[in-house]
Design a protein. Sequence first.
Length: 198
Amino acid sequence: MAKQTASNTIGPFFHHIVTAEDHDLDGIAGSRMAGKKTKGEKIKVEGRILDSEGKPLRAAMLEIWQANAAGRYNSRMDARDDVKLDKKFTGFGRVSSGNKGKFEFETIKPGAVPSAGNAPQAPHINLTLFAAAIHSHLFTRLYFSDETDANDIDPVLLSVGEDRRGTLIAKRKKTKNGIVYRFDVKLGGDGETVFFDV
């Protein structure tokens, strides 16, 4: 019997299931994470997924996981009753890079969350990258360029060499359609995105 997925990669994907929204279907996660009733500043994140030579990586997928605007994750693992959940926000999404390596998703800017030792973390979005070109999924974070004070004391960001921290910072721009953050993910070469072991 033929295998549907090669054993030495984590793809190809069944896009109509994993990123159903791209195929005009309903799925458990999509690229529009925030609705009209979601609390917080609505933002769009746009960027590209690039290989080590700077060429677009086709048909990759990002999973998105973040806290709500108050800084609480929609998870049983985050049991802080003093921080409210937003019933209109799961904090989880998925987006495909399509045929041109580009992605975009709509969400809210997350609030700050504490680290395991209760040190404050800067607002950030956790990203997991899946692609047929890599053997195992990769974990990274997106921080915000307008959160300089919080970024300066974030324990995870400070664990990264100063010369590479910029690969984790999304650049903010104001457009006629709202706030957009620009963030590229690069898999190697000059400007390679920092990836973390989890």
